[in-house]
Design a protein around this ligand. Structure first.
Ligand code: ADP
Ligand code: GLC
Length: 492
């Protein structure tokens, strides 16, 4: 396939800054595309945490003005790769430590609309080769609402690159009021329900959904679900309207970051042929979370943003029943303050059985993947989900709801799938507390048969979730986007 010049815009990119799966994808996909021979540049705001993580200060390439802001474009490479990264520097907009989207109390930064409108305007200028960087992409690949204005702004240009917009989560839409629209000095033309206007407000996300040449989301099942009232968050009509441009491509995982054979966060390495290290990691995990040292008890792990999406409420509801069973629970998460407190309370109510760490903790996330027997993902919706795939790679069987990417990546354990050697976790029959408890019971029963459990672990561990395949699907999507946006006659 022809190599493309691709500008990849995202508001978080692993390992420079991460709050969730978007960062993992925005780090790994460009790297996989680069390996396929494409010329990819990532563009990301220069948050202080990003600058702090770089070994060498990034070089200032150019300065420009956007609205009343002076913007510096600095260049570096994504650590561990040769992918160039352009960092958008503007201290008054991005110079805040911590979470890129909200303050220490979980409140969105008051000027998020401005922060990501300016980000989108800089990406648009880069796309049109107007920043003095002497490089123009053929494809601009935008991700989530923070870059949603880019396809809309580019649609106003006569000769422009093709645009692809990836929905990682439809629940976050970047919706702001009319006053903000005016403040951003967006073209009045956009204030229309078939464009950016959304029930008297306006939506950054709609910019991507309406104007991108191709829209995709991160699993085939979620691509179908978001066209329904149940999962469409009010945008199902818009998505149905663009169904011929909408597809699903399942995320991959970075097999170098998530490899139990080499993972530097693990006290004990292991692989499919040599499993004893996993049991030793379980002991380490029990110690770390002050759980009773016991090899026989099924250890359930959970690493998550604590948000309604993740079904934390269902887990909290079943806890009294669950604690009657021979299980332990190790949890790492942060987010909703009520869930954080409820989980802390649960840990003090059931010492030795529940261990909780509130906060973002990369090392603990890896230890849970390696040390737990089962990984819980009772999500109410899940565009893709990465942890179920990390879990499979680590021989930790995921328990998942039958939605989105969870449905697409986990094969339920049944007599038939065991015989075929395809079982790779436990899929709940529906989204409910009863189904969650019953499915955990199924796992408890299966775990009692140690030899067949090991066979299950191995069949999950052999799955290939690496990015190579999905990156090729993205390259095909770019080809389609270019066909939808043919260059003007005579254009280079
Ligand atoms: P989402 O993007 O909706 O949060 P994903 O499953 O796609 O869900 O990705 C979540 C990523 O963030 C995973 O890599 C997971 O390990 C990580 N993660 C989430 N919460 C934490 C936390 N508190 N500490 C460390 N890693 C976390
Ligand atoms: C979102 C989704 C998650 C997905 C991730 C990366 O945050 O909630 O399901 O895996 O993006 O695409």
């Amino acid at each position: 396939m022809k190599p493309y010049r691709i500008l990849f815009g995202a508001s978080e990119v692993y390992p420079l800054i991460k709050t969730g799966g978007l960062a993992d994808v925005a780090g790994a996909l460009p790297h996989a595309l680069k390996k396929l021979g494409h010329d990819v540049h990532i563009v990301l705001p220069a948050y202080p945490d990003v600058l702090a993580r770089l070994k060498h200060p990034p070089v200032l390439r150019v300065e420009m003005h956007v609205q009343s802001h002076v913007i510096g474009i600095r260049q570096t490479t994504l650590p561990g790769t040769r992918v160039p990264v352009w960092l958008i520097e503007c201290p008054e907009l991005y110079g805040r430590a911590g979470n890129p989207y909200h303050d220490q109390y979980g409140e969105p930064w008051h000027d998020n609309a401005l922060r990501f409108a300016v980000f989108s305007q800089v990406i648009t200028a880069m796309a049109m080769n107007r920043c003095g960087l002497d490089w123009q992409p053929e494809i601009v690949h935008c991700n989530d609402w923070q870059t949603g204005l880019v396809p809309a702004l580019l649609a106003q240009e006569a000769q422009r690159p093709a645009t692809v917009f990836t929905i990682h989560n439809l629940a976050y839409q970047g919706v702001f009021d009319r006053g903000t629209f005016e403040l951003l000095q967006l073209d009045e033309y956009f204030w229309h329900y078939e464009r950016l206007e959304y029930h008297n407000y306006f939506s950054f996300l709609k910019g991507g959904l309406i104007y991108a040449d191709r829209i995709n989301t991160v699993s085939p099942t979620y691509a179908r679900e978001i066209q329904t009232t149940e999962f469409g968050y009010g945008l199902q009509g818009v998505l149905q309207h663009r169904a011929d441009r909408l597809s699903g491509i399942i995320n991959g995982i970075d097999p170098e970051v998530w490899n139990p054979g080499t993972d530097s966060y693990l006290p004990h390495k292991y692989n499919r042929q040599h499993l004893p290290g996993k049991a030793l990691n379980k002991q380490a995990l029990q110690q770390q979370f002050q759980l009773t040292q016991d090899t026989q008890t099924l250890l359930l792990g959970l690493v998550s943003r604590l948000a309604q999406q993740k079904g934390i409420d269902m887990l909290l509801t079943i806890l009294p029943d669950l604690m009657q069973r021979p299980v332990q629970l190790a949890i790492v998460g942060s987010g909703d303050k009520t869930y954080e407190q409820d989980l802390r309370d649960a840990a003090s109510l059931y010492p030795g059985k529940i261990g909780v760490h509130i906060g973002y903790a990369e090392a603990l996330a890896h230890l849970i993947e390696a040390g737990a027997d089962v990984f819980l993902m009772p999500s109410r919706f899940e565009p893709c989900g990465l942890n179920q795939m990390y879990s499979q790679r680590y021989g930790t069987l995921p328990i998942v709801t039958p939605v989105g990417g969870l449905f697409d990546s986990v094969t339920d354990t049944t007599a038939e799938t065991i015989a075929q050697g395809t079982a790779s976790g436990f899929v709940m029959p529906e989204i409910s507390e009863t189904a969650l408890l019953q499915t955990i019971d199924r796992a408890i029963t299966a775990y009692a048969e140690q030899e067949s459990w090991k066979a299950l672990m191995r069949s999950a561990m052999k799955l290939d979730h690496s990015w190579a395949h999905s990156a090729q699907e993205y390259a095909q999507l770019y080809a389609q986007a270019l066909l939808d946006n043919p260059p003007a006659p005579g254009a280079a």
